[in-house]
Design a protein around this ligand. Structure first.
Ligand code: PHE
Length: 341
């Protein structure tokens, strides 16, 4: 009997219990009704009377060890099991979507503007950022040494006065007029450069959207209606526009384009400095000289042109108070536009 008890005790100590299955096997083998420990108690019947007490104590001892081993192993196995379940990766599950990058506010606004004009028949044209004097100035009726050139503080490439960074995307319109026959209805979005001191309101790099329409019988009414259409589509139905007489060498007559302040609806606020109006660009009827420079007969055709600053319009739309924010790539600024894909 003593030997049997010792043998069971050894088996209990040696049993390996590291999985839920092994735990159950252990329980069945030693602790269940038909297990080895209850069997020892049954054997006690056959032990002679004087030994019963001693054997009984020894079996109780084994029972205690068996139970303690079980309780300890149960805790460990359960912890391990739940960790495994937690760490389990099911490769068949759909991917957790990662964070997508946002679009730059300038791109968002540029594309909104493009869509509005595309819907009324404008195509999109692009040209080089490094331009020659002809496309940026001369063809647009800026005579050499004309003071109007100073309106656009120009960056030159090296010492060559003929090669510049374009100061406006009107240069693209010259290229389109030179290479296509009217009717022309084109929109030229792009980056432009001016040698200006950088401040909250001005930057040496910015973006424009310029439009051009050339056909027979195009009049100022067409221009006004197109700008009105754009203003309402972009800023909202009740937006008004105002055209103030101005000067550009390439348009005659020329005008400055204002929209009713999108914040105070024309009542006057900080943004519009109390005037109720904000300026968003320039416009006018294409000067006959410009048409002639591009081999278009001004006696047959006429046209209008307009140009707007994308930064200006973006600042208005999103109430951005410093133009430099568009070029700093500060993630805290850009993040705010993340949802507008
Ligand atoms: N090109 C002008 C500018 O950059 C804007 C403009 C375009 C004005 C077309 C009138 C007509 O200032």
């Amino acid at each position: 009997m003593r030997e049997t008890i010792e043998k069971v005790k050894e088996e209990i100590k040696k049993a390996s219990i590291s999985t839920v299955e092994q735990l159950e096997e252990y329980r069945l083998e030693f602790l269940s009704k038909k297990g080895k420990v209850p069997a020892l108690f049954l054997d006690l019947k056959n032990v002679p009377g004087e030994m019963k007490k001693e054997m009984g104590q020894a079996i109780n001892e084994v029972k205690k060890i068996a139970q303690e081993r079980f309780d300890l192993a149960k805790g460990e196995v359960q912890e391990k099991d739940s960790k495994e379940k937690r760490d389990f990766v099911d490769p068949g599950l759909p991917n957790i979507p990662g964070k997508v990058g946002g679009r730059h506010p300038i791109s968002i606004v540029r594309d909104k503007m493009i869509k509005i004009f595309e819907r009324i028949g404008f195509n999109i044209s692009h040209g080089p950022e490094i331009e020659d004097d002809w496309h940026n100035f001369t063809a647009l009726n800026f005579p050499p040494d004309h003071p109007a050139r100073e309106m656009q503080d120009t960056f030159f490439i090296g010492r060559d006065p003929d090669i510049t960074l374009r100061t406006h995307t009107s240069s693209v319109q010259v290229r389109v007029m030179e290479s296509e026959k009217p009717p022309i209805r084109t929109l030229s979005p792009g980056r432009v450069f001016r040698n200006e001191a950088i401040s909250a309101r001005a930057h040496c790099i910015f973006h424009q959207v310029e439009g051009l329409y050339i056909n027979k019988g195009v009049s100022f009414v067409d221009l006004k209606q197109t700008l009105y259409h754009f203003a309402r589509e972009f800023f909202g139905e009740n937006t008004k526009i105002r055209l103030r007489p101005s000067f550009f060498p390439f348009t005659e007559p020329s005008a400055e384009l204002d929209v009713s302040c999108p914040f105070c609806k024309g009542k006057g606020c900080k943004i519009c400095k109390g005037t109720g109006w904000v300026e968003i660009g320039g416009a006018g009827m294409v000067d006959p000289r410009v048409l002639r420079n591009c081999n278009i007969d001004p006696d047959v055709y006429s046209g209008y042109a307009f140009g707007m600053g994308i930064e200006r319009i973006t600042m208005l739309k999103y109430q951005v108070n410093d133009i430099r924010l568009f070029f700093e790539n500060d993630i805290r600024f850009l993040k705010q536009f993340q949802r507008e894909l």
